[in-house]
Design a protein around this ligand. Structure first.
Ligand SMILES: *[C@@H]1O[C@H](CO)[C@@H](O)[C@H](O)[C@H]1NC(C)=O
Length: 297
């Protein structure tokens, strides 16, 4: 079904679709971001993608005005000489920016998204799923995290960053792989849980850093995965975390995804410094997501 038709049906279905801006750092033509885009649209959301024209992994919070492209976009997804920004003319919600993830998110929030939303701003920003994990020390270098942090801190749009441990590049044009489908379904589940929790979706200056373990072996269907509240950095000398699972020190996200049994880490990130947010802000998120979250064995 076409997105426009689906969106028109929404009121009849009683569903609550919202305006979502989407980016990533692996490039707009990467399969993970396209699967997630399609899943958000199928879930009734008014979603617009604005992502780099090619792989800009590891570019953290860099931001620079897009320059005209000489070469074709990633996977030949735009011809050579296509200018500084562009879109898929048959699916105009799919947009590329010839610059960094942060720049793509900024264009999406300020310019591209509002063209679809009667000039209004997005209600939520999502980034990824990244091809590969963004855990602990990798968080500060990640463009996936960088673009979510830009949205949360600079644009004041609540933001979710998703990453999947199963890597290996995949084009949007090749047949959809199960790992891409599963990560898209999981990312949509969390997105919908955040939306269902009501506004404000997240405390101010907070982003969620979500890492999926490998989608293989026992973990190939979305229903096999479990969600665990985690922290980004090791909390050796940090003040206590919010109380969860009988303690006041949350597990690190690395320990969550390394635990046997398809555990997803959900960290409440501080958009000011990309570390773990305060216990007070964690508590707000915990309350919102309580019905989804479990404890490690
Ligand atoms: C992007 O480049 C990084 C290295 O810079 C690599 O690890 C990653 O797999 C690449 N992603 C894609 C989708 O090509």
């Amino acid at each position: 079904m076409r997105a426009e038709v689906l969106l028109a049906l929404l009121p009849a279905l009683g569903a609550h679709g919202i305006r979502i801006i989407q980016s990533n750092d692996d490039g707009w033509a990467e399969q993970y971001v396209r699967s997630f885009h399609n899943a958000l649209i199928a879930s009734g959301h008014d979603t617009v993608l604005s992502a780099p024209a090619e792989n800009k992994s590891g570019t953290s919070s860099l931001d620079a005005e897009p320059a005209p492209r000489d070469s074709p976009c990633q996977y030949d997804s735009c011809p050579a000489g296509s200018g500084p920004i562009g879109r898929d003319e048959t699916s105009p919600r799919l947009n590329w920016v010839n610059s960094f993830p942060v720049t793509s998110m900024r264009y999406g929030i300020d310019t591209t998204g509002p063209q679809f939303w009667n000039g209004e701003a997005p209600e939520l920003a999502v980034s990824g799923p990244n091809v590969g994990s963004n855990l602990y020390l990798a968080v500060r270098f990640s463009g996936t995290v960088g673009s979510a942090v830009y949205a949360a801190k600079d644009a004041k749009i609540p933001a979710l960053a998703f990453s999947g441990a199963s890597d290996g590049t995949l084009s949007y044009a090749s047949p959809e792989e199960q790992r891409s489908k599963v990560y898209a379904e999981l990312a949509t589940t969390l997105t919908n849980a955040v939306i269902a929790s009501g506004k404000p979706y997240l405390p101010e200056d907070v982003f969620l850093n979500v890492n999926f373990p490998k989608a293989e072996g026992q973990c190939t269907e979305a229903s096999q995965f479990k969600w665990v509240l985690s922290r980004i950095n090791v909390g050796l000398f940090s003040s206590p975390d919010t109380e969860q699972c009988g303690g006041t020190r949350l597990p690190t996200e690395t320990s969550v995804v390394d635990t046997d049994g398809c555990y997803i880490s959900v960290s409440v990130g501080d958009a000011n410094d990309k570390t773990t947010a305060s216990a007070e802000k964690q508590a707000v998120v915990l309350k919102k997501l309580e019905s989804l979250l479990t404890c490690l064995p």
